[in-house]
Ligand binder design. Structure first.
Ligand SMILES: [Zn+2]
Ligand SMILES: [Zn+2]
Length: 382
C-alpha cells in the first residue's frame, strides 16, 4: 500500500502551507540524491517527497487530492490529468516510453502518431447546486458521444466480418520506422498509412455506421456523486468516452463539477460558513437564535458580550463525507439599527450616559493611551 502524500511529508492533513514547505525542505535536503549517490532507495524516497510536495503545495491540487482521499471508491476520481493531453483522433496522443526517451535525449522526432487505440475522452462540465454537492446526490446526465457500432462490433465491416488484416502492418495498425540521423539512430512507430491505423482492410462497409465503426449517440450516465464534491473536482467514468476508431476500448468520460453559490451557506473544503446578523442587545446580554444546518435549523446560545466579527463553531455540523465531517462556522455581525425615532434616540442617549468607560475595555485602553501621549481625553462625556 503506497503511503499517502501527507504521510510521505510527515505532516497532518490539516497542515498549513508553511508547515508543508518546511517539512518538504527538510526531507528534500535529507534525501537529496547528491548526498546519496548510487542509493536507489534514497532516490525513490526523494521522488516520492517531490511528488507529495507538488500536490500538497498547490491549493487546487491539494483540494482535489483531499477529495480523492475522502472518496477512495468513488469510481475513479482522477488527479489533474487530461489537461494539455486531450488526445484527438490522429494527433497528440501517447508515444511509447521508448519514443519519449529517444525524443527527450536526442531532441529529435517530436511527437509520434498515437499508437494507443483507446478512444478519446469526453469532457463535460456539470453544475451542482450547493446542497447537492454538500450532501451528495445521484444525477442522470445526458451527453453525446460516438458509441461503438453494435451492428459491426465496431469493426466498420459488414456483419463485423467483411475485412481482412492489413498486409502492410500485419494487423498491428502501426509501423516501426528507423531514422538514421548521422550519429544517432531513432526508432519510432507511426500509424499505418495503408489502413489508417485500424489494422484491417474493409471489404464491405457496415451499412449502419458507413464503415466508421461508431455512431454519434445520445448517452445517459448515472453518477453517484459523493458528499463533498467541490468546484474543480471531477469523476472519471471508464469507457464512457468516445468509441475508438481503431478497434480499441472507448475513452473515458470526465465530468467536472461547478458548485453554484447558495444564499445562506458558503463553504471551505468540508466546512460550512454562515453569516449571522444579531442586534446590539443580544450581543450585549446574550440570547438564543436559530442557525441553519444542511438539514434543518438548530438553536444556539449567543454568549453575553459577543463582539462584532466573533466566530462561533458548531463542531461536526459541516459536510459529512465517508471519512470526515466538517464544522459549521458562524460569523457574527452586529446590526446597527437605522431610522431611529426621537424617543428611541433619547433612550439610547440615556443608556450610554449611564455606561462607564471602565465597562468598555477597548475604549478604556484607547482613552488611556491617548491621554498618556497627549494629555487629552478622546471621548466626550467619558
Ligand atoms: Zn457498423
Ligand atoms: Zn495497416
Amino acid at each position: 500500500m503506497a503511503k499517502n502524500h501527507y504521510e510521505t511529508l510527515g505532516v497532518s492533513k490539516t497542515a498549513t502551507q508553511d508547515e508543508i514547505r518546511t517539512a518538504y525542505r527538510k526531507l528534500a535536503r535529507q534525501y537529496h540524491p547528491d548526498l546519496h549517490p548510487n542509493d536507489e532507495s534514497c532516490a525513490n524516497k526523494f521522488k516520492e517527497i517531490n511528488e507529495a510536495n507538488e500536490i500538497l503545495s498547490d491549493p487546487e491540487k491539494r483540494k482535489q487530492y483531499d477529495f480523492e482521499l475522502e472518496h477512495p471508491n468513488a469510481g475513479g476520481f482522477g488527479g489533474f490529468g487530461g489537461q494539455g493531453g486531450f488526445s484527438g483522433f490522429g494527433g497528440g496522443g501517447f508515444s511509447s516510453i521508448f519514443d519519449d526517451l529517444m525524443g527527450g535525449i536526442f531532441g529529435g522526432g517530436g511527437r509520434e502518431e498515437p499508437q494507443d487505440k483507446t478512444g478519446r475522452d469526453v469532457h463535460i462540465s456539470v453544475d451542482l447546486s450547493f446542497l447537492d454537492a454538500a450532501k451528495g446526490c445521484r444525477k442522470e446526465i445526458k451527453y453525446n458521444r460516438n458509441e461503438p457500432c453494435k451492428a459491426c462490433r465496431s469493426t466498420g465491416a459488414k456483419n463485423g466480418t467483411a475485412y481482412t488484416p492489413c498486409s502492410k502492418c500485419k494487423g498491428e495498425g502501426t509501423i516501426q520506422y528507423v531514422n538514421s540521423n548521422g550519429f544517432f539512430r531513432t526508432v519510432s512507430r507511426k500509424a499505418c498509412d495503408a489502413c489508417s491505423g485500424r489494422g484491417k482492410i474493409i471489404q464491405e462497409k457496415c451499412a449502419s455506421c458507413q464503415g466508421r465503426g461508431y455512431q454519434k449517440t445520445q448517452t445517459t450516465v448515472v453518477l453517484d456523486i459523493p458528499a463533498g464534491a467541490d468546484t474543480g473536482s471531477y469523476i472519471q467514468k471508464r469507457g464512457f468516452g468516445e468509441a475508438s476508431t481503431k478497434g480499441g476500448a472507448a475513452g473515458d468520460l470526465i465530468v467536472e463539477f461547478r458548485v453554484l453559490q447558495h444564499k445562506i451557506f458558503a463553504r471551505k473544503n468540508f466546512d460550512l460558513i454562515v453569516n449571522l446578523p444579531i442586534d446590539y442587545k443580544t450581543a450585549v446580554l446574550g440570547g438564543k437564535v436559530k442557525v441553519p444546518t444542511l438539514d434543518d435549523t438548530v438553536e444556539i446560545e449567543i454568549p453575553e458580550g459577543t463582539a462584532h466579527g466573533a466566530q462561533l463553531v458548531l463542531r461536526g455540523k459541516g459536510i459529512k463525507t465517508s471519512r470526515t465531517t466538517g464544522n459549521l462556522y458562524i460569523n457574527v455581525s452586529i446590526e446597527i439599527p437605522t431610522k431611529l425615532s426621537k424617543a428611541q434616540k433619547q433612550m439610547l442617549e440615556d443608556f450610554e450616559e449611564s455606561v462607564e468607560i471602565k465597562q468598555c475595555q477597548k475604549m478604556k485602553k484607547y482613552a488611556d493611551d491617548i491621554e498618556s501621549l497627549y494629555g487629552e481625553k478622546p471621548y466626550k462625556n467619558k
